[in-house]
Design a protein. Structure first.
Length: 285
């Protein structure tokens, strides 16, 4: 563990360092463990022309898409689970302001895995026999190939190295050692593939309080530690709080009414609040 470093910073200071055009990787999964506080801050800061990678799209990415912050989204699909689709993503894509690059969830995770390991490429059989490989092939990210051992067809994929990844964790110390309870999905690959990593933490603990065997993200790969209690609300964080179904349904209903509905939601709940704490006071009251 790293003991002598203090990587804590505020959400505002971290977002101030993210430029327009950044390639951002997010690690939330549908309505679980979304970095919603980060998305709110990024929207209020007026960022534009982002490229976003997220294995399974969730609320954080939909908020960014609804705000017009994202030009390109690479993902393996996504939704707000039982409440409905990603209306912000879908409307931006249909309107022509957002380019969607779709992979299977496995193939995209493997590209992140290759980036994390520093591999020049990685092979997969995922997406063979479907048209999912068409857009990535046209973009030069995927090539048709064959297994050199048995000659069977496969796809050769380039590694993926986002500029910045943001991961919502249960607990982190000031150096950046972080723990995640429950499913981790593609979080390890996303965190390790990025050139810069921020962990957004429910709780900041003392260095040494996290058992080394429970450290899911080591301090050595972390650049910023951001305290944000309930920072994934209204999505769930395993062992801390459940998703807020009423708020999620309100968001989906707003999106179902069209871009104006999402704009009204953003005006009330994001632009109309000075901070995520103020948003929580309104939403949870």
């Amino acid at each position: 563990m790293t003991v002598g470093l203090d990587r804590r910073c505020s959400m505002g200071d971290f977002v101030a360092g993210i430029a327009d055009g950044t390639h951002l990787a997010l690690a939330g999964f549908a309505i679980s463990r979304n970095a919603v506080a980060f998305a709110h801050e990024l929207v209020r800061a007026g960022r534009r022309h982002l490229t976003v990678t997220q294995v399974i799209g969730g609320l954080e990415t939909d908020l960014l898409a609804a705000a017009g912050a994202v030009d390109t989204l690479t993902y393996g699909g996504g939704s707000l689970d039982r409440y409905g689709p990603l209306h912000g993503v879908n409307q931006a894509a249909l309107g022509g302001s957002l380019t969607l690059v779709e992979y299977s969830a496995l193939a995209l995770t493997l590209r992140l895995h290759a980036g994390a390991l520093g591999l020049p490429f990685i092979a997969t059989r995922s997406m063979l026999g479907s048209d999912l490989a068409s857009a990535p092939t046209d973009r030069g990210e995927v090539r048709a190939g064959e297994n050199p051992f048995d000659g069977a067809p496969c796809l050769i994929m380039s590694p993926l190295r986002p500029d910045v990844a943001v991961v919502h964790v249960d607990a982190a110390d000031k150096a950046g050692n972080a723990a995640i309870t429950g499913p981790t999905w593609s979080i390890p690959e996303t965190a390790r593939a990025a050139r810069s990593l921020a962990v957004v933490a429910e709780e900041i603990v003392k260095v040494g309080d996290i058992d080394p065997s429970n450290v899911d993200i080591p301090a050595a790969i972390v650049d910023a530690v951001i305290p944000a209690p309930r920072g994934a609300y209204p999505t769930a964080v395993y062992g801390h709080y459940d998703y807020d179904g009423a708020h999620l349904q309100m968001y989906v209903d707003a999106g179902a009414s069209g871009p104006a509905g999402l704009a009204a939601y953003l005006e009330r709940w994001v632009y109309g609040t000075a901070s995520f704490d103020e948003y929580l006071l309104r939403a949870v009251a």
